[in-house]
Design a protein around this ligand. Structure first.
Ligand code: ZN
Length: 424
């Protein structure tokens, strides 16, 4: 691997300096070989490589929608050096063998670290616990467990999962959706627009009520719970309440819930069908407030690639989910940095340092200092572009930002000393 010398980057807002990289780690510039590859980074900001707590890679099983190779290429383009790969593949990641297999594909094909998420229940059936301990002790060292796509609705099963993961410092990541209040057909925020469009409603209470239960189970079991894709003001309130009581809860918000609202679905465009659904303005404001004050700990993309034939249906029948890895940083810049809610330090915390800590990844989210693993994202805070879904590295095209003017920040991504993306 060639030595790298990044010259003049502003290190997460701490002022300009040089970053030397040798053998996958930051090193003293004086210790580099005679002719390092030089990257002129004047005017750029260097962030620790971004970490996504919530990615769907679709491999194994749906390689027509995304593969580890294409999904992590999209991740690198988006500035990510690690992604947590959700368990709802085919087969489901619910055994040690499945987790190790996915991690191995990641090491072989990945342009970012692929960290398997283990299922909470066998086959995501919500009935019987999966092999949590075996997955934790496997080579994949699974620490995050989730039935994402499905809610662990059974309170007794959730309690047992929390008790179990505590032994190895794991965390249960909940897709909070009470299936009795918001069933499989629910696809639009329950309110004026769902009524007008005649779409089955997904009420805010179906999320907040599960989170209210889960934070109390986390308290009872003295274990860790993480709330996936928080989408409502009520959920932010519940998490704030729990944190004030010292309950070990963390939460993520998606880029799309920080910027898009229910009105996007007025044209019945299935691109905007996502679970949980887009919410009205007052929820978007509460989510931005929650991310600003740390009630919400992290941004998680919920990158959900779909093949055309699964997405191009009438709204009610189309698959739920949208792409997110390549545009996540752009949307967070637009909603949090450009509105003055965040500085670079907060951005680094919410998109790298804290997600790495939640997932217990020792080599990610580390400071940009000598001896640390060289995971770094160089960004141009002023560049903008129209998003073009056909320029995506993802195999899928369900991109809700197509045609939109957004920041275009990522100039270069370096994972473990290797350049995984460099803007042409
Ligand atoms: Zn989910």
């Amino acid at each position: 691997m060639t030595d790298l010398l990044i010259i003049g980057a502003d290190r997460a807002g701490e002022g300009p300096g040089d970053l030397a990289i040798r053998d996958g780690r930051f090193d003293d510039p004086a210790d580099l070989g005679p002719d390092p590859q030089r990257i002129d980074a004047a005017g750029l900001v260097a962030l620790p490589g971004l970490v996504d707590l919530h990615t769907h890679l679709r491999e194994p099983g749906r390689e027509d929608a995304e593969t580890v190779a294409t999904g992590t290429r999209a991740a690198a383009r988006g500035g990510f050096t690690a992604v947590l790969a959700m368990a709802n593949t085919d087969p489901v990641t619910d055994t040690a063998e499945a987790a190790e297999h996915l991690a191995d594909i990641g090491w072989r094909d990945g342009d970012a670290q692929v960290v398997p998420v283990g299922a909470v229940s066998k086959g995501l059936d919500g009935v019987e616990l999966a092999e949590l301990g075996l997955m934790a002790r496997s080579r994949a060292a699974v620490r995050v467990f989730s039935d994402d796509g499905h809610c662990v609705a059974d309170g007794r099963l959730m309690r047992r999962a929390l008790e179990y993961v505590r032994a190895f410092d794991g965390v249960v990541a909940q897709h909070a959706q009470d299936p009795k209040l918001a069933g499989p057909d629910a696809c639009c925020h329950e309110g004026e627009i769902s009524g007008k469009l005649g779409l089955p409603g997904w009420p805010a209470v179906a999320e907040a009520s599960i989170v209210a239960r889960d934070v109390q189970l986390a308290q009872l079991t003295r274990s860790r719970v993480h709330v996936c894709h928080v989408s409502t003001a009520e959920t932010v309130d519940v998490i704030r309440w729990a944190k004030q009581r010292g309950i070990d809860v963390t939460a993520e918000v998606t880029p799309h819930h920080l910027l898009l609202t229910t009105s996007e679905v007025l044209g019945y465009d299935p691109t905007y069908k996502v679970n949980p659904p887009l919410r009205p303005d007052e929820h978007v404001v509460a989510l931005r407030d929650g991310l600003s004050d740390g009630t919400i700990d992290a941004v998680g993309t919920d990158h959900a690639p779909h093949a055309r034939h699964d997405k191009e249906h009438a709204f009610a029948e189309a698959a739920s989910g949208m792409l997110g890895l390549e545009t996540a940083l752009a949307v967070v810049l637009e909603t949090m940095i450009n509105t003055g809610r965040f500085g670079w330090r907060e951005l680094a915390l919410r998109m790298s340092v804290v997600p790495a800590h939640i997932a217990r990844l020792p080599d990610q989210g580390r400071p940009l200092t000598v001896g640390e693993p060289a995971n770094v994202t160089l960004i141009d805070p002023n560049a903008r572009a129209l998003v073009d879904r056909d320029a995506s590295a993802s195999l899928a095209r369900n991109n809700p930002w197509h045609g939109r003017d957004l920041p275009d920040p990522v100039v270069s991504t370096i994972w473990a000393g290797r350049i995984t993306y460099s803007r042409p």
